[in-house]
Design a protein around this ligand. Sequence first.
Ligand code: BES
Ligand code: ZN
Ligand code: ZN
Length: 453
Amino acid sequence: MIQLWKQEAADWRLAMECTEGSAPLSLRAVGQDRALVMSLGRDATPETARRGIAKAVKTVRELGAQSLLLDITSMRALGADGLAAAAQGAELACYRQETWKQAEEKPFTLYLTGADGLDAAAVLTQTEAVTRGVCFARTLTNRPGNMLTPALLAQAMAQAAERVGVEVQILDEAETRALGMGAFHAVGDSAAHPPRLIVLRWRGGRPDAAPIALVGKGVCFDTGGYNLKTSGGLKTMRADMAGGAAVCGAVLALAENRVPVNVTAVVPAVENRISPDSMLPGDVVVSMSGKTIQINNTDAEGRLILADAITYAIQKEGASRVVDIATLTGACARTLGPTVGGLVSNSDELCAQLLDAARRAGEQYWRFPDFPEYKKMIESPAADLSNQSSDGCGAITAGLFLGAFAEDVPWVHMDIAGTAWTDRPRREYQTPGATGAGVTTLYQLCAALAAEG
Ligand code: BES
Ligand code: ZN
Ligand code: ZN
């Protein structure tokens, strides 16, 4: 929690400094008891502030502090963006995953001073809504698979959405079958827990404006199916709904801040398991678009459910742009590592807008190439498309598979397989487990598109 006024009784005091000399992100004690200075370096950016305050907050919490008075007087040059980033860094560093232990941790309060002239109250209210969205996504993603079936995921999202004025529609298996969502059902029918298609509509824009669709992969658990994963591969697969959690977190924040934009989140929620009804390698299914797909690997399930969700967003929700986000490929994680997400897109303009939003959010993405030979790798002798590349390039070919369903609607695909989860935090504001990747970027993108009108 962040409060805006001086609290002389805070356990520790911290000043942020943007000067030459000490190394960036170094923390040193000064003068009187329990006073610290965090040096951000002369070339500080809002991102440096996000990391710096996160590091400081973690440090004083480890020392047992329950409050910190933060003086941002000497980082005022970073403006409102600097203040927003610092506030987000502090709160994300305090994130604690849900536990089922009996002992509870004491709350932590950050008091802020030195923000004169920055309209700090408004900046903090807006930033806190976005940060709550990130924490909401982290919590759902961390939640054990037995406590987060597709129906329970739908229930959790619906509850949160209704509280902030987001319209909710949950389609059950009879409804999605009636829509002809054969690719979605190829995965959804593999488990005793039936699938759900979760649709969240925030209507902050003009009533006649077509919505931006945010489509998030909601695989509540990915065993791989008959192409079963290894023990190591299975370990974190409860987090395979991180993309779904991210689009929900972003929509919640847009609604809380009453951003004047129309956004529809679509989350196909399934488990990928082994059952008498599971798909088998070689199966051919008919997607909602009419395109046929040969399933060459049951572990490439994300693209199957997303294909139908993208078609649903375009045909049923009338989306004018589509952004999908998914823990889609191990190949992306291996190629770009744990701090960079991969992009595939059919629109230079939307892709540039997304990269700009990511910069403001303090996230990193890299666009993959889409040369024609990559499309050849997902051809099948028996169907319109194969769900597995015949020649490697796994991250690109998975993206292009989805692009076939976006057709000519401007579309960007975000692969967060490497960034959605961390056993070893690479950023000061992360904690072990889910990172909430994508939430702030999607929020910033939709806010920018709102400003565009
Ligand atoms: N959920 C996985 C991708 C993943 C891997 C996410 C590691 C996070 C960490 C996805 O469904 C998957 O299994 N993809 C396969 C596709 C392949 C069989 C074509 C992969 O990447 O190996
Ligand atoms: Zn898989
Ligand atoms: Zn998966």
